[in-house]
Design a protein around this ligand. Structure first.
Ligand code: 13P
Ligand code: SF4
Length: 332
């Protein structure tokens, strides 16, 4: 099939054209908090990974235009197979997904047959199919607290989120050695300098941050958790240790408060912009809605395998599975 022609769009009112196409296609635009402000502002829904998964499972639109990264759009397709799911840039990947090739993950599971696999949603559909339960950063604590303490667990691919959960819940999960390159780039030295300049400002951090950043945080949580914290903390300045595009939502909701992105090693927070999320642009979103490409396609057997562990997350995140209802599943 020849690729659709992508002409120069200078002079085109992209916002108006995207609105027209969204209506014509009966499409819903879902966006993660790490997207550029102009994309967040036109999305039908902006949320964290768990909220976006729920929206994708519930929507009655014919098309989901997913402004996020590939594992998120894949999750939408796994949960809503009858829908067309487009991702504006198919190269929008994730360093955590890249760190965890399915063949290696399968071998890791085989080496630990008495462990269940609790897996962060930031992974490929193939790794989801090899897992027992998926978690997001907002559902991980609810889910882990439902797993009996005697149950051995492997946690991948984010060793920082896994380490944080181990410390918080006194668990001893075996950790896959993946990291998020964005959260890994925050500098403790620069953060301490910033804290010294703003001694009353609390620090809110995402659990993908390494422990030397988490140790200085007053609040640790998912993107939506950090946003809630921003809305409720009593002061007027907040230091935000996650991808800085989330600050757009904070500034919109709380224009009277000041939000400062935690710095990277160069003292500037720009090195913490997710390079994968940044690949999506208004132009690419317009083309994706116009051409219904690039489209997420999944082998049905793989989709059903991945859906089991995602369904488990959705059930456990809303507390519909009781304690002790887990058994180790052999890797497929
Ligand atoms: P949440 O939005 O679920 O907190 O995830 C953050 C993230 O890094 C997504 O890639
Ligand atoms: Fe992946 Fe990190 Fe980007 Fe999230 S912020 S998509 S975890 S690289």
């Amino acid at each position: 099939m020849t690729a659709p022609v992508r002409e120069n769009l200078s002079g085109v009112d992209l916002r108006a054209e995207i609105d027209r196409l969204r209506k014509d296609r009966n499409a819903v635009i879902l966006a993660h908090y790490y997207q550029k402000p102009e994309i967040q502002d036109l999305a039908d829904f902006v949320g964290d990974s768990l909220e976006l998964s729920r929206k994708a499972a519930e929507t009655d639109a014919d098309v989901i235009a997913f402004c996020g990264v590939k594992f998120m759009a894949e999750t939408a397709k796994i949960l809503s197979p009858e829908k067309i799911v487009v991702l504006p840039d198919m190269d929008a990947g994730c360093s955590l997904e890249d760190s965890c090739p399915p063949e290696q993950f399968k071998r890791f599971r085989e080496q630990h047959p008495d462990h269940i696999a609790l897996t962060y949603i930031n992974c490929s559909a193939a790794v989801k199919a090899l897992s027992d339960i998926i978690v997001t950063s907002s559902s991980a604590e609810t889910i882990i607290s439902q797993i009996p303490e005697s149950q051995k667990i492997i946690f991948g691919p984010d060793r920082h989120l896994g380490g944080y959960l181990n410390r918080k819940f006194g668990r001893d999960m075996l950790l896959w050695p993946g990291v998020c390159i964005v959260h890994e780039a925050f500098s403790e030295t620069e953060l301490l300098k910033l804290k010294a300049q703003h001694p009353d400002a609390p620090v809110a951090a995402h659990p993908e941050c390494p422990p030397h950043i988490i140790d200085h945080a007053d609040y640790v949580g998912s993107t939506s958790g950090i946003l809630q914290f921003a809305k409720s903390f009593p002061g007027d300045t907040l230091i935000v240790a996650t991808e800085p595009h989330i600050i757009h939502q904070m500034e919109k909701a709380l224009p009277e408060k000041k939000f400062i992105g935690a710095p990277g090693a160069d003292g500037n927070c720009n090195c913490n912009i997710c390079p994968y999320m940044a690949l999506n642009t208004m132009e690419k979103l317009y083309f994706a809605l116009r051409d219904l490409e690039p489209r997420i396609e999944l082998d049905e057997e793989l989709r059903l395998g991945a859906k089991k562990s995602l369904d488990r997350m959705l059930e456990m995140a809303s507390g519909t599975i009781g304690k002790g209802d887990l058994g180790a599943r052999a890797p497929a």
